[in-house]
Every structure is written in C-alpha cells, then in structure tokens.
Ligand binder design. Structure first.
Ligand SMILES: C[S@@+](CC[C@H](N)C(=O)[O-])C[C@H]1O[C@@H](n2cnc3c(N)ncnc32)[C@H](O)[C@@H]1O
Length: 249
C-alpha cells in the first residue's frame, strides 16, 4: 500500500522509541518493505520478524531473511510454534490486513498470544469513507471483489469503519489506548498506480469468471466487471482515508 511510509514516519518509529521495543513483528508484512525501512532507520539494532503467507508467492518475490530480519510463513510449523510459545513481541504492526481476516477475532487472538504482556499492537487499515467519486469507486470495487471471491471460495472483506473495527479489539481482550481517523497525502502518481492495480485485478477476476461453470453467475459477474471497469477508469481509486488503532495486551 502506498501509505506505509506515512505510517512509519508518523507513528511506528515513535512507538518503537516510546515503548523501548526490541522485538518487532510486521504481521501481514507483504514484501517486507516496512521492516526493511525500520531496519535501516534503527541501525539494525532490533529483532524484526515479518509474517505473511509467503508460500503462495513466487520464489523471487519472497522477502529474504537477514541477520536482523526473519520472515516466517503464516501457514508454517514455525509460525504455529511461535504462537504456541507466545509472549514473543514488544510491538506488532499490522498494516492493511484487518479487511483480509476471514475470522478477525481468531486472528486478533493470535496477535494477542504473540505479544509479550503489556506489548503493543498498532493496526492501520483503509477506512470505509464514501464522500467522493473516487472513494465510492474504491468501495464499490472492494464490495465486488468481496462478492466475487466469496463465490470462488476465497475471501476479501470490504473495508471497516473505525467504529466497526474498535469493538473487535475489546472482544479480543486488548485495551485500546488510542484510535484515529486520518487522511494522508495521496499524490497523483500513487492514484494512477493504484487505479492501474485495481484495473489489472478486475481483468484477472474477469478472466477467472470466464471459466465459471454456472452460466447465470458468469453472466452476472461479467456485467458487473464491465460496469466496474468503467467506474474505476472514470474516477480512479482513492486510498487516502485510514484509521489507526493502538492497543495493548
Ligand atoms: C494489502 S496487503 C498489505 C501488505 C503490507 N502490510 C503493506 O502495508 O504493504 C495485505 C497482506 O496481508 C496478508 N495477510 C492476509 N491475511 C493474513 C493473515 N491471516 N495472516 C498474515 N498475513 C495475512 C496478505 O497476504 C497480504 O500480504
């Protein structure tokens, strides 16, 4: 996501310093870019762990472990062992992941286990806001993706509002320390990049839909994909609205 740097500069580095974190995890770290920047900024003094579903990525696209950074597959025995052991991290950062969690309470329970007592969880995700054409395009695209993936037996939830996300934390036994809704800079080149990515995703879903055996379903989604491609091309996608939640175990 384009806004990871903003989160890093505004919040994560400050949190690391404030709580004196030594062991830091990025849960759902994607390509590991955030950890790599933390490693550089902090002069390789922290133990950094990235967790994600790496086995579904091509070999060349998986981040590589180094002396201070290790990357663990979410589906691996190593990850299960880490969760079983518990109390591992002073700080867990998780950016743009909540809307991917099929069973969010179970996933938050894993994060609670991975935190040391009084450890901190910092979560950020896109906010469901709907007050402009490009916000509406983002949300409608997100709903369509969720709908199509549900029919494919996969998962992608639409975005939460901050008010919807907050009770999940309390239910998982976390104490919310602060939460914020923020609007970050979303420059034109990032808008173009994200809009291009959304259009490529739409093309991929459309191609997958062409192989769907159920004719009614195929016709329905084909029409929706055509409509959505027009909408996204016209308005672009806006990822400038975020919420952040900081909580402790
Ligand atoms: C939108 S990407 C964000 C990646 C990265 N955090 C960033 O800010 O660029 C969401 C990531 O969460 C990962 N993910 C989804 N569900 C997950 C889970 N249950 N445990 C760990 N990672 C998960 C996905 O594989 C994906 O890499």
């Amino acid at each position: 996501m384009p806004t990871t740097d903003v989160l890093l500069d505004r919040t994560v580095i400050g949190l690391i310093k404030r709580i004196g974190a030594r062991a830091v995890c990025d849960y759902g770290c994607g390509d590991g870019a955030l950890l790599q920047r933390i490693d550089r900024i902090t002069g390789q003094r922290l133990q950094l762990t990235g967790i994600d579903y790496f086995s579904s990525r091509k070999r060349g696209e998986r981040p590589q472990s180094t002396g201070t950074m290790r990357f663990i597959d979410r589906a691996s025995r190593e990850c299960r062992r880490l969760v079983g052991q518990g109390g591992v991290f002073d700080l867990i950062v998780s950016a743009f992941t909540l809307h991917h969690f099929r069973r969010p309470l179970e996933e938050l329970a894993v994060l609670v286990k991975l935190l040391k007592p009084r450890g901190t969880l910092f979560l950020a995700d896109l906010e469901f806001a709907n007050d402009s054409g490009d916000q509406a395009a983002k949300n409608l695209f997100s709903f369509l993706s969720e709908e199509f993936h549900a029919f494919q037996g996969a998962y992608h939830r639409h975005h939460y509002t901050r008010d919807e996300a907050l009770p999940l934390f309390a239910a998982a036994g976390l104490a919310v320390r602060s939460s914020r809704s923020i609007t970050v800079d979303f420059p034109e080149h990032e808008r173009k990049e994200e809009t291009g990515r959304a259009l490529r995703n739409l093309a991929r879903m459309r191609a997958a839909n062409a192989g769907t055996a159920n004719g009614h379903q195929r016709a329905y989604f084909d029409q929706r994909f055509a409509q959505m491609t027009k909408l996204v091309s016209r308005h672009g996608i806006d990822y400038s609205r975020l919420f952040t939640i900081t909580a402790t175990r």
